[in-house]
Ligand binder design. Structure first.
Ligand code: PGU
Length: 400
């Protein structure tokens, strides 16, 4: 018989979010009258706004016409790539440096193929679980030891270091996963911090995979929205981003990766050329309907809609923060990000998750699911209908 890929056997547990969905189902089965509210997975809830939605509808309509029909679009519509460069990067990148995808998660998984199983990995701890689990599946993480995977350098982000890690522990020639605004902590790195990150990467021969999925939630104008706001980042970083959260495209599926031509491997070969080769071989592009929606989302009207949607979720975040503060629970995030990171010192985060579910019928995400340094924390997501968020806050304040 064919044997199992040993890397898959190395995965320590199931993927975090299906595990939470399972616990929710079990609780619902045992408590059929409970009206459960989810502030768990960061899944958008509000309808796609009219201008962007009209772009999707028009994209579908055109496919039914001889003039408007299109088939494979490997690297993505040129007009979409041009707009992304203009809107997010001040036109700094050519369209051949921007690769359209079916979402950031898919890109993060696929990008590992560029570096093989021998690469050293560094991740913020806590972090979006795909960085670690994707590294395990690619065979780069090594076996699991008591404190984490042996091939991964965890970079603790805690209250003590203001949720920005000590970069000195990063080993030379590592692939560094970095997310700002961060999931799950909601912390946003400032210009000085990202400059230190870029300098570290350049000095140590590292490549950063910078996940900017929440950049459109940044309201403080002094905070960088892209790693390329930092000088020389094009020599050491790939950036991934997505229409999922700002345009409500979690189910539509559309994202992009910037792979600058200035980025080279140790041997001087072009990372951009390899990514084009890989994407052309194992990925046939994002849906042309989704791309038509993406073009509309980047029109002036669409950008206003993104602002409106992200403002809505940020207002939810504010309600959650206020409710937690009333309980004297210390939390960060939620001001420039849709996640609130709440501290329950000395407690096991799965236990806090269970307590909130049992007492308030509210689903959260236990911090330990994002890495060892997440222990003692719980993540609240601000994605939800307003009435549900208000009701969840009321229950937290009266039943916890
Ligand atoms: N990057 C980060 C940092 C994310 O938090 C998420 C979604 C993605 C990428 C996914 O982007 P797509 O473009 O939609 O692929 N994180 C959510 C959803 C859970 C999941 O498994 O993706 C969350 O709750 O953390």
């Amino acid at each position: 018989m064919v044997t199992r890929n040993a890397n898959i056997a190395n995965l320590k547990a199931g993927y975090l979010f299906p595990e939470i969905a399972k616990r929710r189902r079990e609780f619902a089965a045992a408590n059929p009258d409970a009206k459960i509210i989810s502030l768990g997975i960061g899944n958008t809830t509000e309808p796609i706004l009219p201008h962007t939605n009209a772009g999707l509808v028009e994209g579908a309509r055109k496919l039914g016409t001889i003039e408007g029909y299109s088939g494979y679009q490997d690297e993505g519509l040129p007009v979409l790539r041009e707009k992304i460069s203009k809107v997010f990067y001040k036109g700094k990148f050519g369209i051949d440096e921007i690769f359209i995808s079916d979402g950031s998660k898919c890109d993060i998984g696929r990008l590992q193929v560029l570096f093989g199983s021998g690469v050293k990995i560094a991740v913020q701890d806590p972090s979006y679980p795909v960085y670690v689990d994707g590294s395990v599946i690619a065979g780069a993480a090594g076996g699991f030891a008591e404190t984490g995977y042996k091939g991964i350098t965890y970079l603790p982000c805690t209250a003590e270091n203001n949720f920005f890690p000590n970069l000195d522990v990063i080993q030379a020639n590592s692939l560094i996963y970095f997310c700002s605004p961060n999931n799950p902590t909601g912390a946003v790195s400032d210009r000085t911090q990202l400059t230190a990150l870029v300098n570290t990467a350049i000095n140590k021969g590292c490549i950063i995979i910078f996940d900017a999925a929440y950049s459109e939630f940044i309201r403080d104008p002094s905070l960088p929205k892209s790693i390329y706001d930092i000088e020389k980042a094009d020599q050491c970083a790939i950036e991934t981003n997505s229409f999922s959260k700002p345009a409500g495209f979690t189910g539509v599926r559309l994202g992009w990766a910037v792979v600058p031509k200035a980025l080279k491997y140790a041997g001087g070969e072009s990372v951009n050329a390899d990514w084009g080769r890989i994407a052309g071989t194992i990925f046939n592009g994002a849906s042309n309907i989704a791309q038509a929606g993406g073009v509309a989302a980047l029109d002036e009207e669409g950008l206003k809609e993104m602002r409106e949607l992200t403002d809505f979720y940020l207002s939810n975040a504010k309600l959650i923060r206020v409710a937690l503060q009333k309980l004297d629970i210390h939390c960060i995030g939620g001001d420039n990000s849709p996640y609130i990171w709440a501290h329950f010192p000395g407690r096991d985060s799965w236990e806090v998750f269970a307590e909130i579910l049992e007492k308030c019928h509210v689903v959260t995400t236990p911090g330990a699911g994002f890495g060892p340094a997440g222990q003692g924390f719980v993540r609240f997501s601000a994605f939800g209908h307003r009435a549900d968020v208000e009701e969840a806050c009321r229950r937290l304040n009266t039943q916890l």
